[in-house]
Design a protein around this ligand. Sequence first.
Ligand SMILES: Cc1ncc(C[n+]2csc(CCOP(=O)(O)OP(=O)(O)O)c2C)c(N)n1
Ligand SMILES: [Mg+2]
Length: 783
Amino acid sequence: MAKAKTKAVDTRGETVAALEALDARLRWLSAWTIHNANHLRDSRDGLKVGGHQASCASMTAIMSALYFHALGPNDKVAVKPHAGPVLHAIHYLLGNQTRDQLERFRGFGGAQSYPSRTKDKIPVDFSTGSVGLGVAVTAFASLVQDYLIAHGHMPESEAGRMIALMGDAELDEGNIYECLIEAYKHNIRNCWWIVDYNRQSLDATTADRMFDRFDDIFATCGWRVLTLKHGKLQRAAFQRPGGAAVRDWIDNCPNADFAALTYQGGAAWRERLTRDLAADKAVAAFIASYDDEGLAQLMTNLGGHCIDTLLDAFEAAKDETPTLFIAYTVKGYGLPFAGHKDNHAGLMNPTQIEGLRASLGIGVGEEWDAYAGLGDNLAAQLAAFVAASPLGRAKAKAVADYVPVPDRLPAPDAEEQATQSAFGRILFDLGKTGYPIADRIVTTSPDVTVSTNLGAWVNSRGLFRRQDLADVFQAAKIPSAQKWMGHKAGQHMELGIAENNLFLVLAALGLSASVFGHRLLPIGTVYDPFISRGLDALNYGCYQDARFLLVATPSGLTLGPEGGAHQSTNTPLIGMGQPGLTYFEPAYADELALMMRWAFEHMQADDGGSVYLRLSTRAIRQPGRDGGDWEADALKGGYWLKRPTPGAEAAIAYCGALAPEALKAWEILSEDMPGLGLLAVTSPDLLHRGWTGRRSARWGGTAAPVSHVETLLAPLAPDAGLVTIIDGSPSALSWLGGVRGMRTSPLGTERFGQTGDLDDLYRAYRLDADAIIDAAADLFLAD
Ligand SMILES: Cc1ncc(C[n+]2csc(CCOP(=O)(O)OP(=O)(O)O)c2C)c(N)n1
Ligand SMILES: [Mg+2]
């Protein structure tokens, strides 16, 4: 019995020793990687390369204990952006990262400054960089994991933990609290957020008043909060006579004072503690029992630097309750600028890094050796420990399957319809087909499900809930068009009104294929103007190559009576400017059906991406079609609704719901301008990208085919005039004139909208047929 006990303690002792040694390796390698990039690598432009040695040193113990011990094979982690070099060092030790990549840290083609799923060569579960977003995405990833489990796509036994390693300043980001509320509503589980609580942000030390508030906030939202304030050394010392007073002093010490004293070191600690506490003889004796170095070591022995404390905390949180770990740390721990308030972007100078190297016993020239300075035995033991860690044994990632997309999605055939209602109908019809794709679609919306026409789909597919949720209205037989029953098989995630969460949920759902090995096809709906509310999260999702379909509706002044606060103007430019997102703006239902089909393919293609459809509530007369020869062009960004005659002197190019005005103007103008063309621009984004892509390919020396927009405009006379019109920023189309150097008169909205009916609004904002006719006249009369 006694023997077994000794053995267990030994194992724990060995584990702690190994993790402490790895903590030191990570601190060294991350510091050295940054040092190399700033001081040793050639600089051609004289720019500071940067990197965050202090932010890394702050969490090497946390990451050592997590990655080399606590992390399970199915766990996924979002790493605090400026601790990126520590993640690279971990994978260097695991054999997944090369020295070449580390030497090119922050250089072209090298390891990225902040962990990137798409650009880094190591496995990165979630990209980070914009603080706060990487944290929240883990909560929504745990919701996605629950969705996969509930739908039978993943066994419960394979559930991993979704983990965020975060800086304490990230707790200031509002998106954290929006996420907390949503996560609570959905009863998320298997989520850990580990705060590197160094009480420093970028500019300064953080406000003391928030000290104890986070516990309450998180506990209120159903989280377990584990505070790792004191390390083992401190906890033992506090038991000694005088120790309790020192503990109380630490607990009440303002952040700035603690940081400054940490920077100043042992003598300063002694002076201050003596001043504040030495009237008590026991405390005086306590202080005197340490030399300066020992005292500094004791005072900075915080929970987040103590492997023992970390292991205990991780062990205590093994059930599925979401857990916040507040791990007290020192920013720059173990480095010369530890605790200095300006250390965020601070870099050790060559003398200082030499000092660190020597203190670790690493020889000159051995700086990149993973286990240099440890001696052969210890080095071999440590390498074996790393290889045997759960991460070292992690299995290869599953590759998600392709979900077949039907050849056609039928368009609803009403004579008059709006793209928004057509969207709801197409999706509903797809749901009825029984095609496998219908089971992979997940819809989500921030409290605008009904008003964006997702209602019929939700009625047929149900809300997703881990626990059944009755529809009280339906049970009471109160008539309603909406049936809102929640259950495990439901395929709609209803969100609260916080749009930012929509984009983070789309990001998490859209990463399902690569993170969980099972593909989902997420569709999110939102009012078009409120895309701006979640813009950084949208960018964040696209940056890490999440795949989703964003349906934004209603849009533009065409919203009419809702007025200026709801009428989007600049969203076409967002659609054009956002990498990883292809923007379409259809006018007609059959165009929309094509685009939705295209989107389902594009969301699955290796070189694909996400798709944004800008839709409208305006019902317009649908065109009679002679066959489908327009379809391929519509998917490339535009087609001639009315072909110009060769050498035509003018054309009208329109986008989206203003088709009737363009058509009317075309009919009137055609009387005087025979051969006038009418160009339906279905995607300003694709047209523009094709155009610039061709130019850059030519400069790059590759022969690229003529771009679609050049082909479209080719029949027009070289000096033809172009009137462009869009219910949004006119610059989304005005560039068309630049393709062949044509005179252009761009129409669109550059001012805030207001309430009114469409006749009044289109007249006031120059979006009607008269405006097009005037603009055309202007073009030809001007010279
Ligand atoms: C959204 C956003 N705003 C600003 C920044 C710039 N920035 C980078 S780190 C940081 C503060 C870091 O403090 P903390 O999160 O406490 O991390 P620490 O370095 O102290 O560990 C700031 C403001 C950013 N990356 N993202
Ligand atoms: Mg901090």
